[in-house]
Write a protein that binds this ligand. Structure first.
Ligand code: PEP
Ligand code: MN
Length: 454
């Protein structure tokens, strides 16, 4: 279904711009405000990347996940990179998500809501505004949407043209995603094809082959019975990113001609990061005004009162599917901190989809300097998340992962037992470490077990 989108009326625009009077953390300092204004005007007239009706469908899927009738799988890079937006790299990420989804669906007989950190995940919050190397201080790298990674004055200078570049590359990425998910590649009858080229002596791949074989047999059975349905041929894969750079998000906000509601058309799902979720801050204010399904990351310092206040502010109508809380506590804290939040939110009747991000509370620095995570910690946090919900009789609704479809070596452990020295083999991320393809499948098999027991 397609819907028309319009530019906001003057009255609505005023509401959408209210965030500008508030403190917006983690924004770049643009050296040339006039150039930024030009870019914002052009983006304000550009075509939407997603449609309101699609965002509404995702909202209903997330509502189903909050009731335990589906499970969310959200994953992708910590930060996408312009130079890596090739068809092959994008396909590898899609393939990883499809394979994980198949493992989860098969293992737990649950529909999987698939969301990529994809086609817009180009801006990063940083712990410091600057970076110093050998006595030289330059602005920190804030993601390809803002500046370049190279440590030179020119590259690190925030450049608003990059917002437009991010928009164009996101549009091209979204187009490739739509082609792969609707053009035959995601057909469930390709379930074996997705694994081609990976070493079959790896336990995760061998296990995947067995799963694929069982799915194959089931499909052939249904075909023999005369069943033929679109659900086999097409896949819904939604797009998401952290809504960090508010000038970009505001410029891509449009009005749904059907309802008059504003939608941020840069992605279906947007989330507020752990560092920008202040109740009186610009990010919460802006996202309170758009009708997309949204998320908020909750770290270990979150109090039950914070969670309730965020829900009241961001979902005053208490609509199921509108608000997802993405808990990122750390393996050592999830069992202590999460119960208090879930208990209070549940007792107050607040509609929330609970998702675990087992990545961001488990980041460490290896002795040889690499920013990494232990695969065992990642799994332990997921396990803790399920335990907490089981203890309270509430619903663990999904998984939020940093992963890639390539054979990188950024996370310690897994059946290939990547050790600290092994990190150097293929460490490519510019920001946070990602699970590689095989660690991602391994995760899916283990989570399928937990989900089955849900
Ligand atoms: C992220 O998702 O890459 C991120 C920065 O997460 P958080 O806001 O939870 O720290
Ligand atoms: Mn990250």
């Amino acid at each position: 279904m397609s819907t028309a989108v319009d530019s906001p009326s003057a009255e609505l625009a005023q509401d959408l711009d209210r965030f500008r009077a508030l403190t917006a953390l983690q924004q770049p300092t643009w050296p040339d405000p006039a150039a930024l204004a030009d870019v914002a005007t052009r983006l304000g007239q550009a075509a939407p990347l997603v449609l309101p009706s699609e965002a509404d469908t995702l909202r209903s899927r997330l509502a189903a996940a909050s009731r335990g009738e589906a499970f969310v799988l959200q994953g992708g890079d910590c930060a996408e990179i312009f130079a890596e937006a090739s068809a092959t790299r994008i396909r590898n990420k899609i393939r990883t998500l499809l394979q994980m989804a198949v493992i989860l669906t098969h293992g737990a007989s649950t529909p999987i809501v698939k969301i990529g950190r994809l086609a817009g995940q180009y801006a990063k919050p940083r712990s410091s505004d600057d970076e110093t190397r050998d006595g030289v201080t330059l602005p920190a790298y804030r993601g390809d949407m803002i500046n370049g990674f190279e440590f030179t004055e020119q590259a690190r200078r925030p450049d608003p043209q990059r917002l437009e570049q991010a928009y164009r590359i996101s549009a091209a990425t979204a187009n490739v995603v739509r082609a792969f998910t609707h053009g035959g590649y995601a057909d469930l009858r390709q379930v074996h094809e997705w694994n081609r080229g990976f070493m079959s002596n790896n336990p995760a791949y061998a296990q995947y082959e067995r799963t694929a074989g069982e799915i194959d047999r089931a499909i052939r059975f249904m075909e023999a019975c005369g069943a033929d349905f679109d659900a086999l041929r097409f896949v819904e894969l939604y797009l998401s990113h952290e809504a960090l750079v508010l000038d970009y998000e505001r410029a891509l906000t449009r009005v749904d001609a059907r309802t008059g509601n504003a939608y941020d058309t840069s992605a279906h799902f947007l989330w507020i990061g752990e560092r920008t979720r202040q109740l009186d801050g610009a990010h919460v204010e802006f996202l309170s005004r758009v009708a997309n399904p949204i998320g908020v990351k909750l770290g270990p310092t979150t109090s039950p009162g914070d969670a309730l206040a965020l829900a009241a502010r961001l979902n005053p109508d208490n609509a199921p599917g509108r608000l997802t809380f993405v808990a990122r506590m750390g393996a050592g804290k999830v069992r202590d901190v999460l119960p208090g939040l879930v208990e209070k939110v549940t007792a107050e009747g607040v509609a929330v989809t609970w998702v675990t991000d087992p990545m961001h509370g488990n980041t460490i620095t290896a002795a040889n300097g690499y920013k990494t995570r232990r695969f065992a910690d990642v799994l332990d946090e997921v396990q803790g998340f399920f335990e907490v919900h089981r203890g309270l009789g509430t619903v663990p609704g999904g998984l939020h992962m940093e992963l890639t479809g390539d054979d990188v070596t950024e996370v310690l452990g897994g059946t290939e037992a990547i050790d600290e020295a092994g990190l150097a083999r293929r460490y490519e991320t510019l920001v946070d470490p990602r699970l590689n393809h095989q660690q991602s499948l391994e995760t899916a098999f283990l989570v399928a077990e937990m989900l089955r027991a849900r």
